[in-house]
Design a protein around this ligand. Structure first.
Ligand SMILES: C[S@@+](CC[C@H](N)C(=O)[O-])C[C@H]1O[C@@H](n2cnc3c(N)ncnc32)[C@H](O)[C@@H]1O
Length: 385
C-alpha cells in the first residue's frame, strides 16, 4: 500500500516554483514538473507525508482524482455524481468543498461549492439512504475543485489547513508576511547560515523565524502536526512517525540572526512567535529605529519588508525609503540587502542600484524584491565575496 505511486500537486506562490522544485528533489519526489504557482510530482504515501511535513514553500499538497470538461452547471453536477466518493469518504465522515475559479461560465465559488456538495450528498443518499455531514472547519475530507475556463480539476486536499499555518504565529502585527512567502524570500536571497541575518523592520518576526527554522533544519510542520491526511481511513501512523523521526535538526549554535523594530509591541510579538517556534534563543531582538541599529560584523544579509504606504503619505514613505538606503550605504558595507515592497515609487528613493529585481505577490499586491550589493570600497571594485 505504501509503495503505490501516485500524482500530487504542491501549490505555491508565484515566483517560488523553482525553490519548490528544489525542495521536492531533496525529498526524493519523482516526475517533477513545474506549473504556474504549483509543481506536479509523484511519489508514495511517505512522500505525501514528508512533503506536507517538510516543504517550506508549499501551500497545500493536493491529490488529483479527476479532470473533466464541463460546459454548464448540469455537466458539473453529473461529473461529480460519476465519481465514486464512497472510496474516499465513509458515511460517518464529514467533508467540505473548496472551489477556486477562473472562468466566465462559473463565477461564484460559493455556488459551485454548494453544487458539488449536493452532488456528493445525492450520491450517498441514493446508495445508502443517508449522507455524510458537512463540516467547514475540521472535515475528514476536503475536496478541492479548480475550474479554469471550462476545465474542472478535482483533488483531495491532503493538507487540511494551508501549510503556511505553521502554528507558531500567535502574536501578529499589522501587516505580517505569509510564512511560506517569508521562507521563500529567505531562500531566494541565498543567505549563508554562517553569516549574519538582519531584519531591522521585523514586525511579527516572520523573516527571522523562518530563517532560523531553515538554518536549524526544523521542519515547518514540527509544531503543527495536524494534517488532513491524518484523518483519512488509510492513515499510517507508523509511517508518519518514521517521517518525523527522519528529520534531524541541525545542531547549530553559532547562528547570528537579528530582529529589530521601532515598535516595542512588534518586537514583543516577534519574540513570542520565536518562542512558540522553539528558536527564541537563536535570535537577537532589539527595539530601535533602524537608524540606530548596530549591524553585526561580517558580510551578512539584510531582508526587510518596510511599510508599503497604506497608512502613510507617499512623501513620508519616500523619505522612509531614502533613510533605509542611506543607512544601508553608511553602515552595511559588505552586506547584501533585499527589500520587499509593493511601492515602486518609494523603492526608487532607496537611491541604490538594484543588482537583481524579482517580482512576487503579497496577496493581491504585486511586489518587487530588490537586491542591493553594498560593496566595500568603490562600486567598480565589486569587492563583495
Ligand atoms: C510591513 S511591517 C513588517 C512585517 C513583518 N515582515 C512581519 O512579517 O510581521 C513593517 C514594520 O516596519 C516597522 N517600522 C516602521 N518604521 C520603522 C523605523 N523607522 N525603524 C524600524 N522599524 C520601523 C513597523 O513598526 C512595522 O513593524
Amino acid at each position: 500500500m505504501t509503495e503505490k505511486v501516485f500524482t500530487m500537486v504542491a501549490k505555491t506562490f508565484y515566483g517560488l516554483e523553482d525553490l519548490l522544485v528544489s525542495e521536492l528533489e531533496g525529498l526524493g519526489a519523482l516526475h517533477i514538473r513545474k506549473l504556474n504557482r504549483a509543481v506536479q510530482f509523484s511519489g508514495n504515501q511517505k512522500i505525501l507525508y514528508s512533503t506536507n511535513y517538510m516543504l517550506r514553500t508549499a501551500l497545500k499538497i493536493l491529490i488529483p482524482i479527476a479532470t473533466s470538461e464541463i460546459r454548464d452547471e448540469k455537466a458539473l453536477y453529473e461529473c461529480i455524481r460519476g465519481i465514486p466518493w464512497y472510496n474516499y469518504l465513509a458515511l460517518k465522515d464529514t467533508f467540505a468543498v473548496e472551489a477556486v475559479l477562473r472562468s466566465d461560465t462559473f463565477t461564484h465559488s460559493r455556488y459551485v461549492e454548494q453544487k458539488i456538495k449536493d452532488a456528493v450528498a445525492d450520491q450517498f443518499r441514493d446508495k445508502y439512504g443517508r449522507r455524510p455531514s458537512v463540516d467547514l472547519k475540521d472535515p475528514v475530507l476536503r475536496i478541492h475543485a479548480n475550474i479554469v475556463k471550462n476545465t474542472l480539476r478535482l483533488s483531495l486536499d491532503s493538507s487540511g489547513d494551508a501549510l503556511f499555518k505553521r502554528g507558531y504565529r500567535t502574536g501578529q502585527g499589522a501587516a505580517p508576511l505569509n510564512e511560506v512567502l517569508a521562507a521563500g524570500l529567505v531562500q531566494l536571497s541565498g543567505w549563508k547560515e554562517s553569516s549574519p541575518f538582519v531584519d531591522f523592520m521585523c514586525g511579527s518576526g516572520t523573516l527571522p523565524v523562518e530563517a532560523a527554522l531553515l538554518a536549524l533544519n526544523i521542519p515547518p510542520g514540527g509544531i503543527r502536526h495536524d494534517y488532513g491526511f491524518r484523518k483519512w481511513s488509510d492513515y499510517n501512523q507508523e509511517l508518519y512517525k518514521e517521517v518525523v523521526a527522519e528529520c534531524v535538526r541541525k545542531g547549530r549554535h553559532n547562528l547570528r540572526i537579528y530582529a529589530s523594530d521601532i515598535s516595542q509591541a512588534a518586537v514583543h510579538n516577534a519574540r513570542k512567535n520565536a518562542r512558540q517556534a522553539g528558536i527564541e534563543k537563536y535570535i537577537g531582538f532589539s527595539v530601535s529605529p533602524f537608524r540606530d541599529f548596530n549591524p553585526p560584523d561580517g558580510r551578512g544579509t539584510v531582508i526587510i519588508n518596510p511599510p508599503y504606504g497604506e497608512r502613510m503619505k507617499q512623501e513620508n514613505l519616500n523619505d522612509l525609503y531614502e533613510g533605509i538606503g542611506d543607512k544601508l550605504k553608511k553602515d552595511f558595507t559588505g552586506y547584501q540587502a533585499w527589500i520587499f515592497s509593493s511601492n515602486r515609487e518609494a523603492l526608487k528613493h532607496v537611491g541604490l542600484h538594484p543588482e537583481r529585481k524579482l517580482t512576487l505577490y503579497n496577496g493581491p499586491l504585486e511586489c518587487r524584491f530588490h537586491q542591493y550589493l553594498l560593496y566595500e570600497g568603490s562600486r567598480k571594485e565589486r569587492t563583495i565575496k
